[in-house]
Design a protein around this ligand. Structure first.
Ligand code: NAD
Length: 513
């Protein structure tokens, strides 16, 4: 009997079939930089290899950029800036919608390639390209109003503010959900009238190359959007130091953010940082515990836990901690680790052997600090033999332990009990990060009080993370500087200019008469 398309085995097989010719082409062609509308090798001829986290298979040989390649891309972006800036915003809007169309047309290819390059499970990646297309549409629609300012009449003058695009910008992105995430930056930058040099993460170059080529096919003029591959310490560093680049939008680790700030200081770079997190989910004993449980499990074990907004610390009220932990442990034990292209898979392999080693090192750190590994705590022998790890639950932790303080960035949850509201707030705020917070309670007064007290850029009450594009996205403390989303994005990619017009012939002080 023929299997229905919804049958997991049939979907898995279809995903593998879809991947085969894409991978063959990738291996044959390799990945070059994309500068001034053309695919080019590195000036030095240097390359690096990218491998799949599923089985370590070679995916592609990739151009390894350095200062000379960044210089070529920055010059192309500089040359393209004025014509792009001066294009009618309605034309920019139409072009960006065409990029969204191209992404939608290739959404299935993007999904399978992203799974194979990053190890993220298809169930989460299947829609990631569509979300990227949505990012382009959202900012395309706002392109015509990006320059709008305010009227501020005053006494003898009429003041008008307007915004102008800042110039060519650098976008530096990490490897977790790389396609979708890069479009949060690239789409508003282009809509604002900036030109872009993108430096994607060296561990996930595949879909970044696809994105820039789709943009070209959609009609984005040469030089407006360029991509240079390579490592942070050379290509990334050169981008942050280049004189023609006026701003750097960066997503990655907090320590890299510090380095970029120092590298960009001599050229006075404007920076926007989206950095690490150790986000608390606080569950009070009056909460809807079934929904809270669903959200707790989803927000740390989806996307392999390689998610900046993951709730990696569960703060649970001591009155319900035992009962809640038992249910939680059962759910974690039942999570399905497997091949990323299998739609039944909930957790795929981690991005890289080095990242796996980092996550695994926290098992010993937990034990040494006196916490209990209630579930998991070992690498996992998954299909292909890649960088799989068991989803892990750590209980009996105190707020100062390293597993309660440091970002693990894997399927690794630390549970910390608390007594009351004040205790929960103190524990939640007692880390260097401040990206998101999640609060579960039936008492809306408490929900608001706790949200107000949490040191984090984004709080969800009785919800998991649901992104709404007009809202501000970003973190406090070591989690970032600046906000993405809606007009917040344009504030970053544009300069505000005030124009003051004399209404008449007001008195001007006369000197030297
Ligand atoms: P990373 O900081 O190691 O690398 C990110 C990017 O920066 C890569 O492209 C890398 O090549 C580049 N880079 C590294 N050193 C550089 C330098 N000196 N100059 C310029 N560029 C340099 O981060 P990662 O390991 O790729 O990603 C994981 C991190 O990203 C986690 O900390 C995670 O929380 C964070 N993240 C944050 C958000 C957010 O929105 N706050 C979203 C996703 C990921």
């Amino acid at each position: 009997m023929a299997k229905s398309p919804a049958d997991p085995a049939a979907v898995h097989a279809a995903n593998l079939d879809r991947a085969k010719p894409l991978l063959a082409k990738l291996r044959a062609d390799g990945i070059g930089h994309f500068i001034d509308g053309k695919t080019v090798p590195s000036v030095s001829g240097a390359t690096f290899e990218t491998h799949s986290p599923i089985d370590n298979a070679l995916l592609a040989t990739v151009a390894r950029g350095s200062a000379a390649d960044i210089d070529a891309a920055a010059k192309a972006a500089e040359k393209a800036f004025k014509p792009w800036r001066d294009l009618a915003p309605e034309t920019r809007k139409a072009l960006l919608h065409r990029v969204a169309d191209a992404i939608e047309d290739h959404a299935d290819d993007i999904a399978v390639l992203e799974c194979i390059d990053t190890g993220q499970a298809w169930r989460f990646m299947a829609k990631a390209a569509l979300r990227a297309a949505e990012n382009f549409r959202f900012f395309a629609d706002r392109a015509p109003e990006a320059r709008d300012g305010r009227n501020m009449p005053a006494g003898e003058h009429w003041n008008m503010s307007t915004r102008v695009p800042i110039g060519p910008v650098g976008v530096i992105t990490p490897w977790n959900t790389p396609f979708m995430l890069s479009t949060w930056k690239i789409a508003p930058a282009l809509a604002a009238g900036c030109t872009v040099v993108h430096k994607p993460a060296e561990w996930s170059p595949v879909t970044a190359d696809l994105l820039v080529r789709l943009a070209k096919q959609a009609g984005i003029p040469d030089g407006v959007f360029n991509t240079v591959h390579g490592f942070g310490e050379d290509a990334g560093k050169s981008l942050t130091e280049h004189r023609a680049i006026k701003a750097i939008a960066f997503v990655g680790e907090s320590s890299t953010g510090s380095a970029i700030m120092a590298q960009g200081a001599p050229t006075l770079k404007r920076v926007h940082f989206e950095l690490g997190g150790k986000n608390p989910v606080i569950v009070f004993d009056d909460a809807d515990l079934e929904r809270a449980l669903d959200a707790v499990v989803f927000m740390i074990y989806s996307l392999n836990g390689e998610r900046c907004t993951s709730s990696s610390r569960l703060l649970v009220q001591d009155t319900i901690a035992e009962k809640f932990n038992v249910k939680l442990a059962a759910r974690v034990r039942a999570l399905k680790v497997g091949h990323p292209l299998d739609p039944a898979t909930e957790i795929g392999p981690l991005i890289h052997a080095r990242h796996l080693a980092k996550v695994v090192s926290y098992f010993d750190i937990a034990r040494q600090d006196g916490a209990t590994i209630a579930v998991g705590g070992k690498p996992h022998d998954g299909p292909g033999g890649g960088h799989y790890v068991q989803p892990t639950l750590v209980t009996g932790a105190s707020a100062t332990m390293r597993v309660a303080q440091e970002e693990v960035f894997g399927p690794f949850l630390t549970v910390i009990p608390f007594k009351d509201e004040a205790d929960a707030i103190a524990i939640a705020n007692g880390v260097e990060y401040g990206l998101t917070g999640y609060v579960w309670t039936a008492d809306m007064g408490r929900g608001l009080r706790v949200s107000d007290a949490l040191e984090a850029g984004m709080i969800w009450v009785n919800s998991e993370n649901v992104r709404h594009l007009p809202t501000p996205f970003g973190g406090m403390k070591a989690s970032g500087i600046g906000r993405d989303g809606g007009d917040y994005s344009f504030e970053f990619y544009m300069e505000t200019k005030n124009i003051s017009l004399a209404r008449g012939t007001h008195k001007i002080q006369r000197l030297g008469v």
